[in-house]
Write a protein of this length. Structure first.
Length: 121
């Protein structure tokens, strides 16, 4: 219970932050992105608090977490529920139109920024 509020805050900040990034960049978001952002930032917080690993490894892990969450949510919301939240089919090196290499590279950079911020908190 001691750290519950830290993780709750990380989840809420991640959820709202992810939605705000989408609204700024795409002009819209979807409720599922709140949950994706919450999972991602609380995972990053856990990693930053519990593991001493090299920065580049954190970036790779972060990119993998974001890409994995994006694939899971994409399959659930775009393919199964047909909500059309996003579509990467026009992007190079995409998988099922749900994830793609260019965005994974962006997630690598975003992970680095996020982990640097978490180091200071």
């Amino acid at each position: 219970m001691r750290y519950f509020f830290n993780y709750l805050f990380a989840a809420l900040l991640g959820g709202f932050g992810y939605c705000m990034i989408e609204i700024i960049c795409r002009g819209r978001t979807h409720y599922s992105m709140f949950f994706a952002g919450a999972i991602v930032l609380s995972s990053f917080y856990y990693i930053s608090r519990n593991y001493e690993i090299p920065f580049i490894v954190k970036c790779i892990i972060g990119m993998t977490i974001i890409t994995g969450i994006e694939l899971i949510f994409g399959i659930a919301f775009n393919i199964i529920l047909k909500e059309h939240v996003w579509d990467y089919s026009g992007m190079p090196l995409n998988f099922l139109g749900q994830i793609c290499l260019p965005f994974s590279a962006l997630w690598f950079i975003l992970s680095g920024i996020t982990f640097k911020v978490l180091e200071k908190v």
